[in-house]
Every structure is written in C-alpha cells, then in structure tokens.
Design a protein around this ligand. Structure first.
Ligand SMILES: [Zn+2]
Length: 95
C-alpha cells in the first residue's frame, strides 16, 4: 500500500523511510531503498521545515558532495602546499 507524499515525508522524518509513495517517488535521501543513506534527524527536520527552493538546495548539496570533494582535492597545488606547511612549521612548536 502506497503512502501519500505528505505521509511518506512524515514517516521519513520519524526515521521510517518507505517507498514508493502514490506519485511513485522515493524519500528525499533515497534511504527507503538504501538504509545507510538515511539523513540525520536534524537534516530531516530542516528539510521538512524548508521551502520548496530550500529543499532543492539541500538535496543538491548532498547529491554533489563527492564531486565537490574531489574538486577541492584536485585544486591543491603541491608547491603552494609545501610553502604553507613550511611557513606553519616556522611559526609553530612542531619541529
Ligand atoms: Zn525508495
């Protein structure tokens, strides 16, 4: 038996993700299909309280996390990192 989207969100917020809803949709974090994806309670509460635009931002931020992290990693310039580490070592007690 499918839940209405509104009921599905309430169940998801309470930590009981289920799918599909009557619109054939999964939960926002897809934890209904993969339990380890369940967002922490504070994130679920924020999602429920958010406007439609804010919700899209919350989902997008989580969805492209891996891409952003690899981008940050690729942005490291080794000579600059070496300069930073030696400058830090010069002013710290770490020798
Ligand atoms: Zn699902």
């Amino acid at each position: 038996m499918s839940l209405t989207p509104e009921r599905q969100l309430k169940e998801w917020q309470a930590g009981r993700p289920q799918c599909p809803n009557t619109d054939s949709e999964c939960c926002p974090d897809f934890s209904c299909c993969k339990a380890e994806l369940l967002a922490p309670p504070d994130i679920r509460d924020a999602y429920i309280a958010a406007t439609r635009e804010e919700r899209l931002g919350l989902v997008a931020a989580k969805a492209n996390r891996g891409t952003r992290l690899s981008g940050y990693g690729n942005a490291i310039v080794p000579p600059l990192a070496a300069e930073f580490v030696s400058a830090y070592m010069a002013i710290s007690d770490c020798r």
